[in-house]
Design a protein around this ligand. Structure first.
Ligand code: RB5
Length: 147
């Protein structure tokens, strides 16, 4: 699986740790994030990761800013993106099982490295349930997007 990752200036160290972990697990990681010492605007990084996902180049995306909130607001404006801002494992799992989320967001000022890595593992390892009632609701989200 190919995964896109992006971050702003609040999260280069956490991004590096998550990226190294994913690569160690054998995933190919496309890093469009902000490097240590740089500053950037999170909507630009959200757009770059979302483009990798909606184009099909990457299956999933990960976005890290200070809180995860700004990244999720921006990502959820992109057609075809369902971004979940999570700091607990239950939400990370259900975001995949029920909502078929394709982008995970979290905050470097909210979660530590261990929690971040567990959130990412849960997110990439949990499939969408495929349940008809969940798909119907996702289709309703898509309909809102197209309104
Ligand atoms: C940047 O200081 C901060 O606003 C950003 O990382 C993020 O937390 C926004 O939601």
């Amino acid at each position: 699986m190919k995964i896109a990752i992006g971050n702003d200036h609040a999260a280069p160290a956490l991004k590096a740790a998550v990226k190294a972990h994913l690569e160690e697990r054998g995933f190919e990681v496309v890093d469009v994030g902000c490097a240590e010492g740089e500053r950037c605007d999170y909507p630009e990084k959200a757009a770059a990761v979302c483009e990798k996902v909606t184009s099909g180049e990457c299956e999933l995306g990960i976005l890290i800013c200070g809180t995860g909130l700004g990244m999720s607001y921006a990502a959820n404006k992109v057609k075809g993106i369902r971004a979940a801002c999570c700091s607990d494992y239950f939400s990370a799992r259900l975001s995949r099982e029920h909502n078929d989320a394709n982008v995970l967001c979290f905050g470097a000022r909210v979660v530590g490295e261990g929690t971040a890595i567990d959130l990412v593992d849960i997110f990439v390892d949990t499939p969408f349930s495929g349940d008809e009632r969940h798909q119907r609701r996702i289709d309703m989200i898509t309909a809102l997007e197209n309104r």
